[in-house]
Design a protein around this ligand. Sequence first.
Ligand code: UD1
Length: 338
Amino acid sequence: MKIIVTGGAGFIGSHTVVELIDCGYDPVIIDDFRNSEKFILKQIEGITSKPIKHYEIDCGNVKEMKRVFKEENPDGIIHFAADKAVNESVNNPLKYYENNVSNLINLIKVIEEYDIKSFVFSSSCTVYGEPDSIPVKESTPTKAAFSPYGETKQMGEKILLDYFKNKPTCNLSLLRYFNPIGAHRTGEIGELPIGVPNNLVPFIMQTASGKRNVLTVFGNDYDTPDGYCIRDYIHVVDLAVAHVLTLKHGVEQVHQPLVLNVGTGKGHSVLEVIRTFEEQTGEKVNFQIGERRAGDVPSIYADNALITSVLGWKPKYNLGDALLHAWKWEQRIQQLMN
Ligand code: UD1
């Protein structure tokens, strides 16, 4: 069964392509490599021992996208292609509205002529803003977004929910990810941040490997048990498996639009992440305490009961596994880049 994966060479996309192949699907990648590297395709082929079909196309290019859909006639789509750096979205909002919203609308226009059975969209826990209570359920009201990036995820959800109301034969699923981290257990694929990493785990990796001198922790005076911010860190492979199960559900049975949290249900503080990394790897992380970062919520983690009951999904990996796999990948990057 053919599945189009936009952004399939990216961090979550590449792991999802591996899981799709493992489950017998036939993924086709559409990626313009603006935030990813072409050698990742070879890495995926190495893990799966299968050739990967890909198109180097900007998802906003309607003419080219129509050509791909005509040629591939897919049964399902997983749409990852989007920009995701919160700070960058504040400085360059149009880039975000164009790539994450206009290009989504273009994609919908392209698929109109096709019999797509399952459409899975990358959303984010960012849609909850600063929630009134935690853990957050899917029914927890969304709040004003903190950034244009957050706005685009809320808009994307809304556009898709409105559009698919009149498309009963295509099943829509919106996956709200918490904090994806880690790498494939083989250490052959993982996250490839461009420039200085914005996110915690890539920054820890680059500090431990000596690429960065010091990690600045954004505040330790929050109203949390140890004063550090709390997040729900989900292993990227568990997240990838959630995509495959969601896609399968949509292909196999007609359902109302699904909105699902994908998180472990456990919160860990920034300090716990650092200490767990040190325990798992024996490496030290040089860190200092800095100012709070604007827009950071003190604590957020998922209620994941819904995805467990609907899809039978449960995370397999814990925080230590994810950090160990990310570290294996960090070391592999050095070899691949040399
Ligand atoms: C953000 C987005 C989320 C997105 C995720 C991955 C929001 C509110 N959150 O999550 O939607 O899925 O990025 O792209 O839009 N930290 C440090 N020092 C650093 C970096 C981070 O202390 O150098 C701390 C942060 O203050 C935070 C935690 O680490 O408490 C996690 O931060 P980060 O990895 O950037 O992810 P989020 O901001 O939680």
